[in-house]
Design a binder for this molecule. Structure first.
Ligand code: ZN
Length: 436
């Protein structure tokens, strides 16, 4: 190897010969087996990076291997070409996202070609081409017809200065990443795909992955679906007659509920406080929470903020009148957007009760008599719980659910942490939703 390998001359010579002879064109010989080889399409951000090279080298090897073994190999390439970076680049540079995207595709195509990866370039696609996204739209219409695509009001991160919705990753410390304006939660219409219709099926089929997938991945999937079994309980508001529905996994602690907490975005938070001496304080609280990032305000370390709405709800099992509060750690889109707070048996409720001087009542005894100095979430004997007093809490839970059902005050329920998939995050540079 004394001679220098002139890669520029040698490789470009051969790439030209391969391209002219369509060496990588998918063959259609019915006598041969077919092999469809597809790698993840790159996002056309501007330049190919080493991660792409590593990935596409594997595909190239596999394609060549099967082609040399006499198979019909279909190995196409395309571009995952819709997305937020194109919008941001367009704003930054005063250009159109299409122009920026097509320029990047042209540059990256040349880079991939320079690698000599064997693609059938006659079959190249880009997800932003009308000829491609008409199929994305076709899929959407099938979902719509099956009732699996729907539109509803939802809370989005909103920058009042940019007049735009922001993705969670564009919110930095509660402010817009572009202009530093405080981000507010704004209610807007959005399109959703109803993945929750498949929650139970997804969960059940995780069993089939046992032994084949790493256990921690399966666990992550299970937690993402987050199935909870419990009860829905109706609390009537004493002064107005409105009904607050809560979901709880612990109907056995119902007698220990000493207050209700509504999400700040809950329909009733502002409504209930109207006309009470608390109205101004509630308004002030809502403004404060609107400036908080939803992820940050629900984290365990976040400061728990709350306000009394000025109204009371009636506990359906003991007729007790308990105050209705609103708290920053409750989100409108989880469960029913309202909880019954049982400070004696839930750590978060306990912290909240201590901070705001709300009563703590133990209804599951762990055997000692002193006043609780921390929440006890374990099992024990029911106390202070009407006809259920003295029973084991696990045995009493379904009986309390039954009692609620008999009295029209609730029912057994299953909820999932899994949310329907919001698909309208891209305001402009995304597949147009084919509905007017
Ligand atoms: Zn902004």
């Amino acid at each position: 190897m004394n001679q220098k390998y002139d890669f520029a001359a040698i490789e470009s010579k051969w790439r030209k010969i391969w391209a002219e002879g369509k060496a990588d064109k998918a063959s259609r010989d019915p006598a041969r087996k077919k092999f469809y080889l597809l790698e993840m399409f790159p996002y056309p951000s501007g330049r190919i990076h080493m991660g792409h090279v590593r990935n596409y080298a594997i595909g190239d090897l596999l394609g060549r291997f099967y082609r040399m073994n006499g198979l019909n190999v279909l190995h196409p390439m395309g571009w995952d070409a819709f997305g937020l970076p194109a919008e941001n680049a367009a704003i930054d540079r005063g250009t159109h996202p299409a122009k920026w995207t097509m320029q990047n595709i042209a540059a990256m195509r040349e880079q991939i070609k320079a690698l000599g990866v064997g693609y059938d370039w006659d079959r190249e696609v880009a997800t932003c081409h009308p000829g491609y996204y008409k199929w994305t739209q076709w899929f959407f219409i099938q979902f719509l017809r099956k009732g699996l695509a729907y539109r509803k009001k939802t809370y989005v991160n909103w920058c009042g200065r940019c007049h735009t919705v922001l993705a969670n990753e564009q919110v930095v410390d509660g402010a817009c990443w572009r202009c530093d304006t405080h981000v507010v939660q704004k209610e807007m219409y959005g399109w959703f795909l109803k993945i929750t219709a498949y929650a139970e099926e997804l969960l059940a089929d995780l069993e089939k992955l046992a032994g084949n997938w790493p256990e921690r991945v399966v666990t992550m999937q299970r937690n993402w679906i987050g199935k909870s079994v419990g009860a829905r309980v109706k609390f009537a508001v004493e002064e107005t007659g409105d009904v607050i529905e809560v979901f709880t996994t612990r109907p056995d602690t119902l007698f220990g509920a000493t207050f209700i907490c509504l999400a700040p975005e809950h329909r009733l938070t502002r409504e209930l406080s109207a006309g009470t001496p608390q109205a101004a304080k509630v308004e002030e609280f809502l403004q404060l929470v609107a400036r908080q990032d939803t992820l940050a305000r629900t984290s365990e370390e976040a400061e728990k903020l709350g306000v009394f709405t000025g109204r009371h709800a009636v506990n359906p099992v003991n007729g007790e009148r308990i105050p209705v509060w609103s708290a920053n750690f409750i989100l409108a889109e989880y469960g029913t957007g309202a909880i019954m707070s049982v400070p004696a048996h839930d750590a978060r409720d306990f912290d909240f009760a201590k901070k705001f001087g709300l009563p703590v009542r133990e209804v599951i005894s762990q055997g000692d008599d002193g006043p609780p100095d921390a929440a006890y979430a374990g099992d024990g004997v029911m106390a202070d719980s009407g006809e259920f007093t003295g029973q084991n809490n696990r045995e009493a839970a379904p009986k309390i659910t039954e009692y609620l059902q008999k009295h029209g005050a609730g029912e057994g329920a299953v909820v999932y942490r899994l949310r329907d998939w919001g698909i309208s995050r891209q305001r402009y540079w995304g597949a147009p939703i084919p509905v007017i």
